[in-house]
Design a protein around this ligand. Structure first.
Ligand SMILES: O=P(O)(O)OC[C@H]1O[C@H](O[C@H]2O[C@H](CO)[C@@H](O)[C@H](O)[C@H]2O)[C@H](O)[C@@H](O)[C@@H]1O
Length: 260
C-alpha cells in the first residue's frame, strides 16, 4: 500500500519495512528526532540519559555530512543544546523554532493563551498524582506516564477544552498531551532546512519514532528522500524501520563509517 500523494509506503503489515541500507546517507541530509529515537523513553522528561557516545556520534555525523544534519525535536531548542551541545542545526518545539549551524534563527512570539493554559494545567496536576506539567517557550506539556489510567481521559477532556478556549494546537504524543502554538510541524521545518544551504540539493532522510514524526516522514518522501521508523510496525509513511534506539545508534555508526 502506498500513500497516493507521496508515493511513500504506508504499512500495516508486520515486517513490511526493511532495515535501511548502510550507505543511505551518501549524498543525503540527515534529520533526527530525539526522544525515543536517539535516547530511550524515560519515566520523566528530565530522566533521559544522554552519554558521550551519542554526543560524539551526532558531532561526527554532522562533520561527515558536511553540516547536512539537524535534530528535529518536540523539545525546545535550548533543551537539545543542553543535552547534545551545539555546532549543528536544530529545530525545536515541533518545528516552531529553527536554528542553523551558523547561528541563524527563526523563532516565533510566545502565543497568547499559553500562560492561562499553563496555569489551568498546573492546577489540574495538583489533584492527580503522577501528572507532570512541562513548561516550554511556545507550549506546555501534560505528561501522564506515571499517573493512574483514569488520568488520561480526564487530561484529554481538559486539554481539548483549553485548545478550544485558547486557540492553541493540541498535539498528542507518547503519554503526553501538548498545547502549543499552531502553524508549524516537523515536516515544515525539514522542508525549510532543505530550501537552504548546506541542505539544498541533497536527499533528506528522517528518523523518528512517534506519530508526531509522520509529518517528517511525509515531507522527506515528497522531497525524494526516505523516512525511517524507529520502533514497532504501525501504519506509517516511513520507507524503512529500525527496531529500537539501540538499533538506531548502531545503524547510525555504520552509516557514518559508510560515508568515509
Ligand atoms: O520530538 P521528540 O524529540 O521525540 O520529543 C517529543 C517529546 O519528548 C519528551 O517527552 C517524551 O519523552 C519523555 C522522556 O523519555 C517521556 O517521559 C514522555 O512520556 C514522552 O512523551 C519531551 O518531554 C516533550 O517535550 C517532547 O515534545
Amino acid at each position: 500500500m502506498t500513500n497516493a500523494a507521496t508515493n511513500a509506503p504506508q504499512t500495516d503489515g508486520i515486517g513490511a519495512l526493511a532495515n535501511p541500507p548502510r550507505d543511505l546517507l551518501r549524498g543525503s541530509s540527515l534529520f533526527l528526532d530525539f526522544d525515543g529515537t536517539l535516547v530511550e523513553i524515560a519515566a520523566r522528561p528530565d530522566g533521559i540519559e544522554v552519554d558521550a557516545r551519542l554526543r560524539s556520534l551526532v558531532k561526527h555525523l554532522a562533520a561527515a555530512l558536511d553540516g547536512r544534519l539537524a535534530i528535529v525535536s518536540g523539545r525546545p531548542m535550548q533543551s537539545i543544546a543542553e543535552y547534545l551541545g551545539e555546532g549543528f542545526a536544530v529545530s525545536g518545539s515541533h518545528g516552531l523554532e529553527m536554528r542553523w549551524a551558523d547561528g541563524r534563527e527563526v523563532v516565533p512570539a510566545r502565543p497568547d493563551g499559553l500562560d492561562t493554559a499553563t496555569a489551568e494545567l498546573k492546577a489540574f496536576a495538583e489533584h492527580w498524582d503522577g501528572v507532570l506539567i512541562e513548561e516550554k517557550p511556545f507550549g506546555v506539556g501534560l505528561h501522564y506516564r506515571e499517573a493512574a489510567a483514569e488520568a488520561e481521559d480526564a487530561s484529554r477532556l481538559l486539554v481539548e477544552q483549553l485548545a478550544d478556549a485558547t486557540g492553541l494546537k493540541l498535539q498528542a504524543g507518547k503519554k503526553v498531551f501538548e498545547l502549543r502554538l499552531a502553524g508549524a510541524h516537523k515536516g515544515a521545518a525539514i522542508a525549510a532546512f532543505m530550501d537552504t544551504p548546506p541542505f539544498a540539493g541533497s536527499s533528506p532522510v528522517f528518523l523518528g519514532d512517534d506519530v508526531t514524526d509522520e509529518d517528517g516522514f511525509e515531507a522527506v518522501a515528497q522531497l525524494g528522500g526516505a523516512g525511517i521508523l524507529v520502533g514497532d510496525v504501525r501504519p506509517t509513511l516511513a520507507r524503512y524501520r529500525l527496531d529500537d534506539v539501540t538499533a538506531t545508534l548502531d545503524w547510525l555508526e555504520a552509516a557514518k563509517e559508510a560515508l568515509r
